[in-house]
Design a protein around this ligand. Sequence first.
Ligand code: UT7
Length: 334
Amino acid sequence: MHDDVSNRSQRRAGVTALGAYAPERIVTNQDLEAMMDTSDEWITTRTGIKRRHLAADDEFTSDLAFRAVENLLARHGDDALAGVDMVIVATHTPDALFPATAALVQDRFKLAAGAFDLLAACPGWLYALGIAKGLVESGQCRKVLAIGAEALTKIVDWTDRSTAVLFGDGAGAVVVEAVPEPYGLRSVVLGADGSGAQHLHKRAVGRCLPNGDPLAETLYMNGREVFKFAVRVMNTATIEALEKAGLHSDDIRLFVPHQANLRIIEAARERLELPRERVVVTVDEYGNNSTASIPLALAKAVDTGRVQSGDHLLLVSFGAGLTWAASVLTWGPG
Ligand code: UT7
């Protein structure tokens, strides 16, 4: 931990390094047709998903997180992690309830850092950015390594076609630290409504939810309810993030939403009145990677030259809780 009170009022946190990883094993919609009563046509038209990457049998969330950090180092050099004094891993598929997956990352890269996991479902990585912003801007930390990593396919019920076709595994990692004007995280909006807990859950050590619904042994989702919630909250959260940042949707160079369903992304795009070329879509390639979906999509956008220094990016996510998060990030420097 690091507490430097000088320049605290001017300090704004931003993203200075990025890495991502998707496992090698690919499962296509055609592969799923051979495994269950589904079709490429249904999956494509209802979700936009064509394939997903699955962790190997002996590959778990910590392994995916390590790979994303290694990718960050390959892109930005060994110095990128110098001075990292906090590691946050956003996940709801940790290797263990404890120790935190973040502690395994700390040890793997020999960082002189605190470490904790963060559970806020799919928006968890945006929650991690919000926490990192607070830690950096208050002077508590110099650099935060914020990771979203998921091995979701380990907890889906492979006999339930309504959820099994949707998810994939992967990880993304960023370094958050103070950046000069005009870069950085201009706004972060975090929200939750636990009255919708029954729509998306999986048991850990409890038996049931406060409303009496038994907790599911594998991932349970009421897709229709989550869909309605997602469309509503993507709209309200993005408007709030834009207002907090003092920007309009016209100012947004790229919209990078949570990749759960192409129809949800399209509904959000239409409400924001953004042209299609301003939206990053990776759900076809990766399916829903939960906390890893936005950093994986960002990495794709960077790799295809769609993000330049100074661009305003609008990020938004939703998930179990129910929770949501949105942020306006001005990309750069560099
Ligand atoms: O990360 C955040 C969490 N997740 C989400 O964001 C998911 C949000 N929800 C969704 O994306 C959509 O609700 C789903 C993709 C999950 C489902 O799409 P839908 O258009 O809402 O379909 P539905 O649940 O209303 O089901 C329609 C039909 C049903 O058959 P009947 O009852 O009409 O005969 C299902 O049994 O589609 C059937 N169905 C399937 N058919 C073929 C459900 N899953 C499948 C499947 N293949 N994989």
